[in-house]
Design a protein around this ligand. Structure first.
Ligand SMILES: Cc1ncc(COP(=O)(O)O)c(C=O)c1O
Length: 142
């Protein structure tokens, strides 16, 4: 697998996606370290037209601010270690897919057979703070 970083800007993003060759476009928005925002609808349209899937790292935005699946993304990942939990007391993450398709089956199979599984206490920790508006994002994912 080869990876390429897309230069910033609409046209350069367009040229970074190679129809028939690019299989996955990975977007982090807002992106480290300058909190740059990516137009997810535009990127999803470009990627899908080229036959690529779009995965969005929604760690910073949390589902409170952005719901990438509703904007066309195929996959969403979260590090729950950060804002989703908010108290730096849990090491966790989440992967969401737009559809229960073969890719979802492969991810599910990997998680079941070789992935780490969150312990009950760690799963409870982020949901223990539902009164916090940011942490309500964890409830959105469950
Ligand atoms: C935007 C973003 N996504 C994912 C990660 C990885 O998180 P974790 O350390 O929980 O695997 C980081 C870590 O800094 C991050 O900043």
């Amino acid at each position: 697998m080869a990876g390429r970083s897309a230069p910033r800007g609409g046209m350069s993003r367009r040229s970074a996606i190679r129809p028939g060759r690019t299989r996955l476009v990975w977007v982090e928005t807002p992106a480290n370290p300058m909190w740059e925002i990516t137009d997810l609808v535009a990127v999803c349209e470009l990627a899908h037209a080229a036959g690529a899937r779009v995965a969005v790292d929604n760690t910073v935005a949390t589902p409170v601010h952005t719901r990438p699946l509703e904007l066309g993304a195929d996959l969403v990942v979260h590090s729950a270690t950060k804002y989703l939990n908010g108290h730096s007391d849990v090491l966790a993450g989440a992967v969401l897919t737009a559809r229960r398709d073969p890719l979802w089956e492969r991810i599910r199979s990997w998680r079941r057979n070789v992935g780490a599984v969150l312990g009950p206490f760690e799963a409870w920790l982020p949901s223990a703070w539902h009164a916090d508006p940011v942490l309500a994002g964890w409830a959105c994912l469950q």
